[in-house]
Design a protein around this ligand. Structure first.
Ligand code: GLN
Length: 501
């Protein structure tokens, strides 16, 4: 592991200026300035490890801008629970990372700080050719966190994942990224995008490093009303461990996975999926079958085709409500009306402030969400999307062997256990990192990138993107595969992820 000082030097050399990666939006000045570990944390697994934090997670020592002009000068007076826990574990918080504005986007191009440049270069696998850069996206919305990890500017990074923002950039950048089970990691101090979907994600080069960070920050937090109580998380973990013991899978030692049932959902191979990624995926699952004795089971999650539409309705609806707080009065940058404006009407301050300080993608989501929640559209959009969400959840619960401890106990299903699985696997993305020159700025072309990641978000399930090499028959850029497990069954997801890499 590089030291914090080494990482700070790397950031200084590679991140800013012409041709820089642009992963960081603020950086701690020096090793001395950073969290001084308390004596108890010296023996902690993360002691003195440099960790970067996405800029929509509150930090008392560094600004938190959410990549928005609205929060350009915001300095929270407190640390988010996850930051506090990392510090308590001895980690060094080295800086805040670039992201799409309020987490809305898939390419890290919707940001006041300028786009993140993917540090990977196919040539650099052969030589250290950094100069003639091909400018590609690092993915979004947590592109800065992904690029920081990929270019060794930190050991691990915190991200967020509402509909794929940890897994997509991880896949585009060739690193591991976990979206945890909803409710396992506290969201207190994380700036809300869509509360019912928002999760804090973890990125690192190795699955084992992600696991280490997870172990430090996944705990009950009374400040987060959606935090899963101790009893519930323990119950889920116990069910998961029982099954792992049955299979002889050990969390931290890879030997066999004989009998492990991996579901391959037929709906996760849409026409948009690049054929080169498909062959990479096939090689990965074959390896698990041939080298580890896993059994591949074709499954169906029939509601998947409706997930993307449902996600964009629900996420935008919640965002429109959450972002109402940036009114220029209590929160956010403020535009004062000039002489021509009627100053007695505060709505002018509100409208002026919001139209000048929110970027176009955020404004679009607010409009979409407000529309979906309006009286005329509510039944057809918002309620319909919630129904689809329930169907997606049921789809997953119908295929997992272990019970979902959050779901109401149901009658045992009549279909035999032969069609049930331990984990589900699918390609993380439909393509490799898109070149920045041809990135669709908004609209469906951009949204379709999330088609494979949103179902696990709607169902609140743990999903880990693991790097599986490069698109060898195509452009040579990194490819990722996702492992999805039952709620609370991160242990199994990590074990399968570690077998893949
Ligand atoms: N790309 C998706 C969106 O724009 C997901 C973003 C996220 O997970 N934060 O909404």
């Amino acid at each position: 592991v590089s030291t914090t000082t080494e990482c700070l030097q790397r950031i200084a050399a590679l991140d800013q200026g012409e041709g820089g990666v642009n992963a960081f939006v603020s950086v701690s000045a020096s090793q001395e300035e950073i969290n001084q570990p308390s004596p108890s944390s010296y023996s902690s697994p993360l002691a003195a490890y440099p960790v970067a934090i996405k800029d929509n997670i509150c930090t008392a020592d560094l600004p938190t801008t959410c990549s928005s002009s609205m929060l350009r000068d915001f300095r929270p007076p407190y640390d988010a629970t996850v930051v506090r826990l990392l510090k308590a574990a001895g980690a060094d918080i080295i800086g805040k990372t670039n992201c799409d504005e309020f987490g809305m986007g898939s390419l890290n191009t919707h940001t006041v700080h300028g786009p993140v440049i993917n540090p990977f270069q196919p040539e650099s696998r052969r030589s250290m050719a950094w100069r003639e850069r091909e400018r590609r996206s690092a993915g979004g919305s947590s592109g800065g966190s992904a690029a920081a990890v990929a270019s060794s500017m930190c050991y691990a990074a915190l991200a967020t994942d509402t509909g794929g923002s940890t897994r997509l950039p991880a896949a585009y950048s060739g690193i591991a990224g976990l979206k945890p089970s909803y409710g396992l990691i506290s969201r207190w101090g994380v700036v809300s995008f869509a509360d019912s979907l928002d999760c804090v994600g973890i990125m690192a080069k190795k699955v084992d490093h992600v696991r280490k960070v997870f172990a430090e920050i996944a705990s009950y937090d009374e400040r987060d009303p959606t935090s899963a109580p101790e009893k519930v998380r323990n119950h889920a973990q116990a069910l998961c461990r029982t099954r792992m013991e049955e299979l002889g899978i050990e969390a931290d030692r890879l030997s066999t996975m004989k009998g492990l049932r991996i579901g391959i959902p037929q709906e996760y191979f849409p026409s948009e999926l690049s054929p080169a990624l498909l062959s990479n995926f096939r090689d990965t699952i074959k390896k698990l079958r041939d080298n580890f004795g896993a059994k591949l089971v074709p499954i169906s999650l029939p509601s998947t085709p409706y997930a993307l539409s449902a996600y964009y309705v629900i996420a935008s609806a919640e965002a429109s409500s959450n972002l109402a707080r940036y009114d220029g009065v209590r929160y956010g940058s403020r535009v004062s009306p000039d002489e021509t404006t009627d100053t007695t009407r505060t709505s002018n301050v509100y409208a002026l402030t919001r139209s000048s300080h929110f970027g176009p993608e955020v404004r679009k989501r607010i409009l979409l969400g407000t529309y979906a929640l309006s009286a005329d559209a509510f039944d057809n959009y918002f309620l319909q999307a919630q129904r689809v969400r329930a169907l997606i959840r049921a789809d997953f619960d119908n295929v997992f062997l272990t019970q979902n401890v959050l779901a109401a106990p149901s009658m045992p299903l009549s279909d035999s256990l032969d069609s049930r699985v331990d984990v589900i696997m699918h390609p993380s993305a439909i393509r490799t990192a898109p070149p920045l020159s041809e990135t669709p700025d908004s609209g469906l072309d951009s949204y379709v990138q999330d088609v494979l990641t949103v179902p696990a978000s709607l169902a609140g399930l743990p999903a880990l993107s693991v790097p599986t090499g490069y698109d060898e028959s195509g452009d040579g850029w990194p490819v990722g595969v996702s492992v999805v497990g039952q709620w609370g069954c991160e242990d199994m997801v990590f074990a399968v992820g570690a077998a893949i890499e």
